[in-house]
Design a protein around this ligand. Structure first.
Ligand code: A3P
Length: 345
């Protein structure tokens, strides 16, 4: 009899087990979403030396889930008022460099509970039409945040656009500026790859990288080619230094952000006077993508879009050597100015 009932018993146990696991998962998700609405932990107080330019962090205990709802436009004016949400000008800007890993840096910093990212590139300071709309237009483009969180935006075109340093200076002369760089030749090829993909999408043909990067008349590096010019980091940085002291910049190693993101993020937290909150838990390596992805909590994680991490075309080794030789003196100067040395060839 007992023998006959065993499959039924097993079936019942299976159903009960599934229900228990389901309820547990629901509770975990529910607690996660409640976290976002309520203070997570007691106020952490101050971290690091208290300086004039220190970013206040009293709202660290809040999580971002609620903000997400507001950003989706689901909030009423009453809710915004009730939660004391504001649209703040950025306290830090990722000014470049294009293809340096600007998106990865922004998304990873956004893991920090005191950071709120502007999802889109705003292009306020580099686009004359946008700039003419005024600073209030810019502020209104910012996401809602709690007053003591900091807003960060990224627009990589800022780094190379002539007028931008002066314009940012006029908005906030003590703003913190983040520049993420990669080995210049690799960055130039990545830049080319992005443009190439755009052309292919429109069924257009395009030149080979070698043809663009090397001047066929002189056989020298073509400094008129934008992808080459952008990689001369020191030239651009020198323009910025007319307005901002070097202490207001932090250089992120974009190559290391790919292979070992946490230490790079910890350096940024320090630079921004944020308490260390991003941990290894927040970053996991996804073998399929070949990159680190982001884990916000037990239920929510994400990888960057497929447009990040493209396969680069193969480039003639003599061209690579020529480019590396060309960038070498500029790199040395860049190390000297920034005080950060990279193992670039
Ligand atoms: P590639 O496409 O050349 O590999 P940007 O966001 O400034 O356009 O930079 C894009 C680059 O970010 C990518 O260049 C990729 O290598 C790099 N990157 C760094 N960390 C990444 C991550 N976790 N996921 C995807 N791409 C990442």
């Amino acid at each position: 009899m007992l023998f006959k009932q065993q499959p039924l018993l097993r079936q019942k146990l299976f159903v009960l087990g599934s229900l228990a696991i389901g309820s547990l998962l629901y509770l975990v998700a529910r607690v996660g979403s409640l976290d976002r609405l309520q203070p997570l932990c007691p106020i952490d107080g101050r971290f690091g030396p208290r300086g004039q330019d220190e970013i206040p962090l009293r709202a660290l205990q809040f999580k971002r889930g609620l903000l997400h709802e507001f950003r989706k436009g689901n909030a009423t004016k009453e809710q915004i008022r009730l939660h004391n949400l504001v649209q703040q000008l950025p306290k830090a800007i990722i000014i470049g460099v294009r293809k340096g890993g600007t998106r990865a840096l922004l998304e990873m910093l956004n893991l920090h509970p005191a950071v709120v990212k502007a999802s889109q590139e705003i292009h306020f300071f580099d686009n004359d039409e946008n700039y003419a709309k005024g600073i209030e237009w810019y502020r209104k483009k910012m996401p809602f945040s709690y007053p003591h969180q900091i807003t960060i935006e990224k627009s990589p075109a800022y780094f190379i656009t002539e007028e931008v340093p002066e314009r940012i200076y006029k908005m906030n002369s003590s703003i913190k500026l983040l520049i993420i760089v990669r080995e210049p030749t690799t960055r130039a090829i990545s830049d080319y790859t992005q443009v190439l993909e755009g052309k292919e999408r429109k069924n257009k043909t395009y030149y080979k990288f070698e043809k663009l990067a090397i001047d066929p008349n002189t056989c020298e590096v073509n400094t008129k080619y934008k992808a080459v010019r952008t990689s001369i980091y020191t030239k651009h940085l020198e323009r910025w230094l007319k307005y901002f002291p070097i202490e207001q910049f932090h250089i992120v190693d974009g190559d290391r952000l790919i292979t070992e993101p946490l230490p790079e993020l910890q350096l940024v937290e320090k630079f921004l006077n944020l308490p260390p909150r991003i941990s290894q838990y927040n970053l996991y390596f996804n073998a399929t993508r070949g990159f680190y992805c982001l884990r916000f909590n037990i239920v929510f994680n994400k990888c960057l879009a497929g447009s990040k991490g493209r396969i680069h075309p193969e480039v003639d080794t003599s061209v690579i050597t020529k480019l590396r030789k060309f960038f070498h003196p500029f790199n040395q100067k860049f190390y000297q100015i920034t005080g950060r040395t990279f193992n670039w060839p």
